[in-house]
Write a protein that binds this ligand. Structure first.
Ligand SMILES: Cc1cc2nc3c(=O)[nH]c(=O)nc-3n(C[C@H](O)[C@H](O)[C@H](O)COP(=O)(O)O)c2cc1C
Length: 194
């Protein structure tokens, strides 16, 4: 992905790449460390850093796919395509980063604001991946909501998955999707020049 884009042009056109279009190569270890560092520079009321990252890479992605498959087959044998979908769930990108919200009750900082900060991390990670020349996609899927899958993924009780950020490479020309019309989402309160 091109990285010498003016910020204003990048933001005007920013978009994700469908997971099906993401392939090798993924970021190197040092690039990934940089992406994670950039991603963690988000607004965070109280400086609690109420999120953490779990990086899924290499064979661990295939091992987890077998876990997802066995969990899904507990309620009946799946068709071959569905079996493949479970096995490949984390294999669709070279690297998948779980953004885990560790939001918890706090004397001063509302839990809701801690959760919002985790969402900011996810978007920032998409952009940080782009800044390093990689494409990315933010997914959750059933594994973000199943207690057994979460345990296998290393998510502790009381934590929640804000997203699984899939990072890799692609030349696919992503067609833009409909974007909300500003008139339908903006209310101006009061008069003013801006
Ligand atoms: C919290 C969250 C979870 C998502 N989970 C999924 C998912 O499980 N499956 C899916 O097809 N898209 C999911 N999406 C949508 C994809 O990220 C989609 O690519 C994205 O909305 C594209 O928008 P963009 O091009 O503006 O980045 C999710 C989005 C968010 C914000």
């Amino acid at each position: 992905m091109q990285t010498d884009i003016k910020l204003v042009d990048y933001l005007r056109n920013r978009h994700s790449t469908p997971v099906a279009q993401i392939g090798e190569p993924g970021p190197s270890y040092s690039e990934l460390e940089s992406i994670l560092a950039f991603a963690s520079r988000v607004p965070d009321h109280g400086k609690l850093a109420p999120w953490r990252f779990i990086v899924y890479r290499g064979d661990e992605r295939a091992r987890l796919g077998e876990v997802f498959l066995s969990l899904q087959q507990q309620s009946g044998e799946l068709e071959e395509a569905a079996r493949d979908a479970e096995r490949n769930r984390l294999l669709r990108a070279p690297v998948v980063v779980g953004v885990v919200s560790t939001a918890a009750p706090h004397a001063k900082i509302p839990e809701w604001e801690q959760v919002l900060s985790a969402g900011a991390v996810c978007l920032n990670m998409l952009m940080a991946a782009n800044a390093h020349g990689y494409v990315a996609n933010w997914r959750t899927e059933w594994i973000a909501y199943d207690d057994h899958a979460l345990a296998a993924l290393g998510v502790k009780q009381g934590e929640r998955v804000a997203g699984f950020i899939h990072i890799g490479s692609s030349d696919f020309p992503v067609p833009d999707r409909p974007r909300p019309d500003l008139d339908s989402i903006v209310t101006y309160a009061g008069e003013g020049e801006s």
